[in-house]
Ligand binder design. Structure first.
Ligand SMILES: [Zn+2]
Length: 360
């Protein structure tokens, strides 16, 4: 195999970013990139390597007191005429430059060049993060080999623009149904209009005041919103059924069950059906390896304080297993999945410096 991840490339996180970006790996098509990564890791005698599908795991077994995880997904969203990568000044453009092929090289560079890190380290390079959870490489590992995920602390290399994205919010979707009585619209007084009844549901949403919760110094700002509405039978029928889909983004001090109870409370008197939910993750900034990590990031970067991660990320999978986890990566999260996706080279270098100082 002609592996583009050569020793000089592995030694330089910026060159490694470009090399990873230039191997196209849209979700479901990560095999070649996973093969390249696996080969690099298997060449290192100090790493124990295993693979599940297109997810590659490598770990040191140095008998250190603590173990940390560095994890990054290999896949990207579909290419948008933005490959191969190009460099303009201090900026690399291309699919995955932010999410997250500028984060993955920070871990791969360390795995390839640091035989005796300060903590034992488990590295994950995983598949299918950008698609449904059923295919997510970390989710598959959690089911097949949960022991691979055992650690005291985990860093996910998702884009945070060089800051620390602590924990994450939970997310829940539910369908609130209003009912009425069907009738001919020419004699509407014989019926009860379920669409009109939905006005009260929308009114409760409009009046709703979302919480702001501060945990470990990070503010999590909640939201409860309608994200869909459907109803109507025909142009001459008073409808007897209307559904409002709501999405609740909740701070990690609430469990999924508490979040569900809250939504049921808000829509008391209505039929509320839960369609899906995912737990949040506490920031976990007080675990000893996290404290040292934050200090290393502050020394290497711009020293911005940790902020709450407001989207849902795979940190929640670690949190569910009792492993504190946070997000840290050079890319700008607002550029993820865009045609103009790019990353600033100094941020890659700062991220690499922080991780090296923390682990090497
Ligand atoms: Zn990502």
């Amino acid at each position: 195999m002609d592996n583009p991840l050569t020793p000089p490339v592995l030694a330089d996180p910026v060159a490694l970013t470009r090399a990873l970006v230039d191997v196209e790996s849209v979700s479901g098509a990560e095999k070649y990139l996973a093969d390249c990564v696996e080969q690099v890791l298997r060449d290192r005698p100090y790493l124990q390597v295993a693979r599940l599908g297109n997810t590659v795991m490598a770990r040191t077994e140095l008998g250190r007191e603590r173990r940390v995880v560095l994890a990054g997904h290999l896949d990207t969203v579909p290419v948008a005429d933005n490959l191969p990568s190009r460099v303009e000044g201090d900026v690399i453009y291309g699919c995955g430059t932010s999410d997250m092929k500028s984060g993955v090289p920070l871990a791969l560079h360390l795995a390839a060049t640091v035989p005796a890190p300060w903590y034992d380290v488990t590295y994950f390079f995983y598949e299918c993060e950008e698609v449904e959870s059923e295919r997510n490489g970390l989710n598959l590992v959690a089911r097949a080999h949960p022991e691979w995920l055992t650690a005291d602390f985990a860093v996910l290399l998702e884009p945070t623009y060089g800051g620390v994205g602590a924990g994450c919010q939970g997310s829940l979707r539910a369908v609130v149904t209003t009912t009425g009585v069907r009738a001919h619209s020419a004699r509407a007084w014989h019926g009860v209009n379920a669409i009109h009844a939905a006005a009260d549901v929308l009114d409760r949403l409009r009046r709703y005041e979302p919480r702001r919760v501060t945990i470990d110094g990070c503010e999590f700002r909640e939201g409860l919103n309608a994200v869909g509405i459907s109803g109507g039978v025909a142009g001459n029928v008073i409808p007897d059924h209307c559904e409002v889909v709501v999405n609740y983004r909740f701070a990690p001090d609430r469990s999924e069950a508490e979040a569900e109870a809250h939504v049921r409370d808000v829509f008391a008197g209505y039929d509320v059906r839960l369609t899906d939910s995912a737990p949040g993750a506490l920031p976990g900034l007080t675990a000893p390896p996290a404290v040292e990590f934050l200090a290393a990031v502050a020394r290497a970067g711009d020293g911005a304080p940790p902020a709450a991660k407001l989207g849902w990320t795979d940190v929640a999978r670690f949190a569910a297993l009792g492993v504190p986890a946070l997000n840290f990566g050079p890319g700008d999260p607002n550029l993820a999945h865009t045609r103009e996706e790019r990353v600033e080279i100094p941020r890659i270098r700062a991220g690499a410096r922080a991780l090296r100082e923390w682990l090497a």
